[in-house]
Ligand binder design. Sequence first.
Ligand code: FUL
Length: 642
Amino acid sequence: MKKFIGSSGLALAMLIMGASCSNAQVSAPAPYGVLPSTPQVEWQAMDMYAFVHFTVNTFTNKEWGYGDEDEKIFNPTNFNADQIVSSIKAAGLTGLILTCKHHDGFCLWPTRTTFHNITKSPWKNGQGDMVKEFSAACKKQGIKFGVYLSPWDRNNAAYGTQDYVRIYREQLKELLTNYGPVFEIWHDGANGGDGYYGGARKEVKIDRYSYYNWPETWELEKQLQPGAVIMSDIGPDVRWVGTETGFSGDPCWATYTPIGDKDSSNPAPGQVLYELGLNGTRNGKQWMPAETNFSIRPGWFYHATEDNKVKTPEDLLNHYFASVGHGTTMLLNVPPDQRGQVNEIDVASLKGFGDIIKEMYRVNYAAGATVEASDVRSEDKAYAAANVLDNDPYTYWGTKDDVHTGELVLNLAGTKTFNVIRLRENIKLGQRIDDWAVDVWENNQWTTLKTGTAIGYCRLIRSDRMVTASKVRIRITKGAASICLSDVALFKAPEVKTATVNKDLIVDKTQWKSHDTKFSAAIDGDPTSAVQMDMSTFRKIAPKGVIVDMQFPARIVGFNYVPVKDKGLVDKYKVYTSEDGKTWQLRKEGEFSNIKANPIEQRIDLDKPVNARYFRFEPVHVLPAALDGKQYVGIAEVGIIK
Ligand code: FUL
């Protein structure tokens, strides 16, 4: 095989061959497929940035406000935008997206579109503007600022009419004109239904694809902030990854063909959409990379009860590899507490994560290597194999037009130890590579370390073991066009650690009994076994819900419910307790607000602890199952929190 030697090796080879260094200009490779816009290229390079969820929910201890919250409850005792920005900067985050208005409709800036806003709160005697403080702190500390504005508004009386769409756009206009440059505009896909709606307390159904007339709204946004990317379930610039767990699909293509939701009253088509979001579409019609959004805590808003569940630096690192490492960006939510500051526990975790990232990227073990390629486009330096070493994501090793596969050997500057390999393509020329393999030279032979599909802007390959090798080989085994590989780098990261244990699930349930043995799997302490039945069967055998006898009285501070993903999500509940199994007291009723998008353990906190031997969990409403639209009850676990 003819080899093309990069770096100083190239000059040397030419000298030996006595070749005249003709600088023959060969035209640049034609772009492949759809391409990113300039704002998308700039956004992609941000890698990771923060989400800040802060509103009345922080003070009501909820995840979704109903819209009837008194503005006076919004009163952070010691708000400090600088503290929030510096905490997220310590993690290496490069921007901040603020929930300027969440589903409850409360606006964090003095808008003229509704009275339900910050001027009615006691914070700074109604003279404050939180959007201004956040955007100013970002500017001051050198990170970018973005806005989240919930389309769903459970406060606004006009919600469901065209008048509300006008109001929504007016709110966008205020946010996009008065607070400087915005890097991302975030449109939430959640449209739950019931709410306060100016006192009507009713259910409003809208078609989430047609009601807002998105194309017109996007046009307005592009006019006001041409440098911003717009994110929603269906883009147009950035797509939701389809899960709030903080893990993207593999592969996760930057291209995507959104499928219109034909009947949005039925969640089944929406579900299909989510799944495609996870992986994207190879050769999709639009350049619409995914953004992996998740929270440092189980919920999106701050709850003191979750102080023991803050993700550790190692957890965050796992998410980093499964988001940035798959070519998506990482949107990490950091919710301020009731003081209006990032809690110390989160601060420590963010700093720990930032330190790991800094340390990991401190040394690139590929530096100083010589590179041999199986083919190069021409002798023009623009396509040289050594370009993969210059840390520039857009200069690349290029092959001839008809060469779609090939290999690159890095002769390292000595024997190196590493466990992370970073690959990049020059995305300005499209996503061209399908399959790849990484081999390492160990014990005088090549060993295949990993194989995979898709590279795109960033592919971080994390080996399960440390590798000590003097040579690394990258093989492109399938491609759709000539190769434009822009980066091969080697780093050392901490070894993989598993995620934090959910401490609340550790309640001894061995003696618990339910009123019917069919519910045993819901109280066996094992969230991998579950009860799942259709609603009518459930109503027959559990007309009053699942009744549990714990055999001994316990002091209960709350309850938890672990759902079964996709089938049988309970979104409204009642919980009762009893001392004798006969007289029951209703302890709490409510909604598991965000369970559809984030089907994780749900927590019901009681206002004050109660003592009881029995409890009853009554599903009041379930969401139609994703696959067949039917009603099921799914319970992986239900239990108490002591
Ligand atoms: C979801 C919302 O319903 C959550 O409350 C949160 O804002 C999350 C980022 O998006 O759809």
